[in-house]
Design a protein around this ligand. Structure first.
Ligand code: FE2
Ligand code: FE2
Length: 339
């Protein structure tokens, strides 16, 4: 069984926004070339399903969402997506995604099942992009003005969703279970930053990150952590995006794999090949190399976002069926020390 993991395509109507800077140049002006390259690359890899880890659109607009759907449908593959923060700018987008998967209104977490012979693959797609406001309220959409004014503090995940996750993990304990989220649940401890996103400031120093994502509101992050630890023998891997960085870390015996963005360097996606009790993740560039060269700026010293060789190409082993167990490093409990 093969599936593709991609993230942060930020589908946007061509010429509706200018090129910008995140870690590298973001190439809105080359959206058509990127979309064509994405379709060709996915078709050539011929996966059973394509999984997008959110920020499906760049602006949450209905037209962008529609464009993204058209591009993904042209791959000829089944595809699914999680909700990202950029998808929540527009109040209707949750209803669109709900409609796509026949979900209740405003419910954007769901199970996607895939059968391959006698093997069952479960993708539990989570919605971690509800917004916690300074006044304590939790709301479904971003208000850009309020966000820029510092009124929106964190992401949150509601208790209904956590209960559902716990139940699904219990139910599918003998299957191959993958979690898909936009915001990563766990980060690397330290990264060597060249320039910060959106700035020209060269730092060249280590920035300490926390082991659990500090963007997640603490209470719900703790409850999520408890569920992950409880079901760590069931969860093969947790896939995320949002940071636009390739990395993999191991916590509670679970691999957390984050995939870089398709709107800037390195314009790559992940290929997951599962056979028996073995899963290999490799990293594959889009087939148009000029996307990379147009986006790349060496002086930014941000090559680190493309990951180490271990972040880019790795393998995990697990036992199939009852009493399954993933053989991954990091089995010891690492306590989150986020603020
Ligand atoms: Fe993004
Ligand atoms: Fe994001």
């Amino acid at each position: 069984m093969r599936f593709i993991v991609m993230s942060d395509p930020h589908f946007t109507i061509p010429n509706s926004i200018p090129d910008g800077i995140w870690w590298y140049r973001t190439l809105a002006s080359r959206a058509d070339d990127r979309n064509s390259s994405l379709i060709r690359t996915i078709r050539s890899l011929n996966p059973d399903v394509v999984v997008n880890c959110g920020d499906f659109t760049g602006d949450g607009k209905q037209a962008s969402f529609q464009l993204g759907r058209e591009v993904m449908d042209k791959t000829g593959c089944e595809w699914i997506t999680a909700v990202g923060n950029h998808d929540t700018n527009w109040p209707g987008v949750r209803e669109e995604i709900s409609a796509l998967y026949n979900l209740p209104r405003n419910v954007n977490y769901y199970l996607h099942l895939l059968r391959n012979g006698k093997d069952v693959f479960c993708f539990l797609v989570l919605d971690l992009c509800w917004h916690v406001w300074r006044d304590g309220s939790i709301r479904p959409h971003i208000d850009t003005e309020a966000f820029n004014a510092g009124e929106i503090l964190r992401f949150s995940v509601d208790d209904c969703q956590l209960k559902w996750l716990d139940q699904q993990l219990e139910k599918h304990r003998d299957h191959n279970v993958f979690l898909v989220t936009h915001t990563p649940i766990a980060y690397k401890k330290n990264v060597l930053v060249g320039t910060l996103p959106k700035t020209d400031t060269v730092l060249n120093r280590e920035v300490a990150l926390n082991t659990l994502n500090p963007e997640l509101e603490r209470g719900s992050a703790e409850r999520l952590k408890t569920i992950l630890k409880k079901h760590r023998q069931t969860i093969r891997m947790v896939f995320s995006g949002h940071t636009h960085i390739h990395e993999v870390i191991y916590q509670f015996g679970i691999p957390f794999c984050t995939t870089a963005s398709l709107r800037e360097c390195p314009f790559e996606l992940r290929v997951a090949d599962v056979e028996g009790g073995r899963m290999r993740i490799s990293t594959q560039a889009l087939d148009d190399p000029t996307l990379f060269t147009d986006s790349y700026e060496a002086w930014r010293n941000n090559e680190w976002i493309m990951g180490t060789s271990e972040d880019r190409d790795f393998e995990i082993l697990f036992t199939v069926g009852k009493q399954q167990r993933s053989e991954v490093p990091g089995d010891e409990l690492v306590t989150g020390d986020y603020a």
